[in-house]
Design a protein around this ligand. Sequence first.
Ligand code: BES
Ligand code: ZN
Length: 455
Amino acid sequence: MDPKAFLDAHQDERMEQLFAFLRFPSVSAKSEHTKDVLACADWLCNHLNSIGIESKVMPTGGHPVVFGSRIVSPDKLTVLYYGHYDVQPQEPLELWKSGPFEPVIKDGYIMARGATDDKGQLWTHVKALEAYLSSGKELPINIKVIVEGEEESGAENLANFVKKNADLLKADIIVVSDSAQYGRNLPAVTYGLRGVTFVEVKVTGPDRDLHSGSFGGSVANPINVLAKMIGALHDANGRIAVDGFYDDVMEVSDWERGQFNKLPFDEKEYLTKTGAKKLTGEKGYSVLERIWCRPTLDVNGITGGYQGEGGKTIIPSWASCKITCRLVPHQKESDIADKLEACLKKLCPDTVHLEIIKHGGAAAVVVPTDGPWLEAAGRAIKTGFGIDPVFTKEGGSIPVVGTFKEVLGIDTLLLGWGQSDDNAHSPNERFAVDDFERGCYTALALIDELAKVKV
Ligand code: BES
Ligand code: ZN
């Protein structure tokens, strides 16, 4: 059977298999799910072996990676596919319309945690490779597959794994589908991702919670202090008020501005998509520039004091928050974390103790916007989606993409089949069946197109 005919004939089967993949609560951030993460890796590894990709689960020091390969001939090009089998935490559970790990199809969407980020997107490549291998034809390229289990919690161990296994991972090009189309029927080739840096801040005042009537007014309240410090991290123009923060920032180029201006952008639709009341951001930049090309600083969570039922009149002992900065090319994650630390130390009064934990992060990446690999991807997208792709950047991060370039010297094709309103990291994550299907046919076309590339 021809590979395309195989895809045509196995639509239900690949959906059932994807459901099985989605049922694993492979939440990398939470230790209570460690077993599930491992079970998911084993399941994936077995599946890859069963379709003719020789695979093993390999330790990293954290959650393992699944690595597989099928080397056809030393004369052929080698493509390394990357994806991640871990998912974000499922909370808040009460907002899910169906269980996060009980996949269902509703109104044309696959609903589950990981549907689009990234199990569903990864599955398109696995199924395209299977279609080829089941056709009786040999693959026209050598393939390697690396599927990570810690992408959603910072990928701290993968960089080392890549360094230690540079030979094993050697390839001509890398393919990643873990991003989004620009919009409905607007498939995209993404040429840049932002980086990220993680910083945790804890402010401690009294050595225990105190009666706020007896002591309030005489000692610092750590929540008040932390809130004031956080408030001082942005100025009135939405710029980050950390000394040196913008020193290395790559400015938006005229070419980029021109590209972005060609993309349709409907502010009303964007507001609906986010559910926000009004848009905001750094003065002087468009929305696309703000999310794709400008660095940010956001508090992701804040804790302290009493939030239970009723009231409790205390001066809390401590307050803490988690901050991430999204980074753009030439900013270094450690340098930005150092600058933020210095700024927080300056802002913090001497009435409290300040503790700062820097958790590392990842650099921003840009990949080429032309050349034979890009052209091959464009042709595959035209085959699978019937439309030429647009060029986009993304505001999110895929930490290993920078490592691949830095350590292995290999570029990555970032080809996403998802949508920005697929609710990645949110309740009711979804992936349109139609996008999944077109992703499978594009992934199949990509195999043939990449095989034609002359390096
Ligand atoms: N799939 C995303 C990356 C992404 C997000 C691409 C938005 C395009 C648009 C990936 O799974 C992700 O969420 N990465 C994390 C990395 C972080 C934990 C280091 C992110 O960006 O928050
Ligand atoms: Zn994600």
